[in-house]
Design a protein around this ligand. Structure first.
Ligand code: NAI
Ligand code: MG
Length: 371
């Protein structure tokens, strides 16, 4: 039996604990039946942590996060904490995790499962069988570049500035993640930038051309202008496999790609750091794209599949358990094919189930397919 794998579980607020509870059942299932065991540590984060400890994440929790194999994160926030000081806001805990673990590579898959083709606003023939990955640079670029903020010019005119800035290393490291992921997928990378109008775009273009040629000659590589990429995603998304891009374009393109799949309740994500040169260990955090959904929290309506698919990404990317990740993804597909739906993805002729019931169907399907 393989060694235990350590996981820090941070359910957070709102529907976070509800969807995480279903993942915990799947973790228990693996512990009981599978060949994989997990050492799970659970802790508070976000508003729940603020209510108990006066901070959105504790130093002790950060210490555990730095020494664990992977962090599984639910969602944080809600109207209850709207008036909390900025540095203690629920999202401050999430930002600290991303920053201290230096999680620079944000993986946002856009996968259209057969049962969900009808949920997309695009035509079935455009999205059927879609499986692409947007890789967004997460810790640099225009959201962080200096100077930033308001200036008053000599003539009294107010001017507000954001700065788009990238170092070579910041671009190279996210590109490498993209090329490595592509090798395990359809072996194709697009790098999206605006080299026609931006200096940083020219830089991204030069560096990506070099990394492609020198380090990944076996991977098919193409430059694409980010605005054209936005159009091509809608016109013919199947031409893509992995799209690597900066923080700002990645924010937009990943949301665009996500919506081709139809529902927020189905979307997982992963954020990865650099591998440690000695141990090879890579900081990693896995979380659904959705938030804490205060409008449905506590009602048993939340769709746990985004959280569960985030767990599957953890199996694949932190623990190299591709078969077990496939197993979880297959079980999700089977349960959807059988017609079970939470409210957010409900379709005519399907059976409406609660969060808990969806979990029960998943476990039953895991049992059935284990034989
Ligand atoms: P949201 O993602 O929480 O909800 C948007 C809409 O989608 C709501 O109608 C919600 O009911 C629905 N929804 C989301 N996830 C669902 C699921 N799993 N199953 C069924 N329906 C689902 O975004 P919103 O409303 O903008 O933000 C709510 C709170 O969450 C805010 O405090 C916000 O700051 C926080 N938030 C936290 C994030 C995180 O922890 N990473 C990310 C986004 C928002
Ligand atoms: Mg966004």
């Amino acid at each position: 039996m393989a060694a235990n794998r350590s996981v820090l579980v941070l359910p957070g607020d709102g529907i976070g604990p509800e969807v995480m509870a279903q993942v915990q059942r799947v973790i228990n299932w693996f512990d009981d039946k599978g060949s994989v065991r997990f050492d799970v540590t659970e802790d508070l984060a976000g508003g729940a942590c603020y209510d108990t400890h006066g901070v959105s994440i504790r130093d002790e929790t950060m210490e555990i996060a730095m020494n664990t194999d992977a962090v599984l994160f639910g969602a944080v926030g809600g109207p209850k904490w709207d008036d909390v000081p900025r540095e203690h806001r629920p999202e401050a805990g999430l930002l600290r995790l991303r920053k201290d673990l230096d999680l620079f590579a944000n993986l946002r898959p856009a996968i259209v499962l057969d049962a969900m083709v009808g949920a997309s606003t695009l035509k079935a023939e455009v999205v059927q069988g879609l499986d692409i990955l947007i890789l967004r640079e997460l810790t640099s670029g225009v959201y962080f570049g200096q100077p930033k903020g308001e200036q008053t010019l000599d003539d009294g005119t107010v001017r507000v500035v954001d700065t788009q800035a990238y170092t070579e290393e910041e671009i190279v490291r996210v590109l490498r993640v993209g090329f490595e992921l592509a090798r395990k997928r359809k072996n194709k990378v697009h790098c999206a930038e605006k080299s026609n109008v931006m200096e940083t775009g020219v830089f991204w273009r030069q560096i990506s051309a070099r990394v492609a040629k020198e380090e990944f000659p076996d991977v098919e590589f193409q430059h694409i202008l980010a605005d054209n990429c936005a159009m091509q995603l809608i016109r013919d998304p199947h031409q893509f496999d992995v799209i690597v891009t900066d923080n700002l374009f990645g924010d937009i393109l990943s949301d665009e790609a996500a919506m081709m799949t139809g529902s927020l309740g189905m979307l997982p994500s992963a954020s990865l750091g650099n591998p440690d040169p000695v141990t090879g260990k890579r900081y990693a955090m896995y979380e659904p794209v959705h938030g804490s959904a205060p409008d449905i929290a506590g009602e048993g309506k939340a769709n746990p599949l985004a959280m569960l698919l985030s767990f599957a990404m953890m199996l694949r990317y932190s623990f190299d358990l591709g078969d077990d990740a496939d197993r979880v993804e297959t079980v999700v597909q089977n349960v959807l094919n059988e017609g079970y739906r939470t409210g957010d993805i409900m379709q005519d002729g399907c059976h409406l189930v609660s969060t808990e019931e969806m979990g029960t169907k998943l476990i039953a399907e895991l049992d059935r397919t284990a034989d």
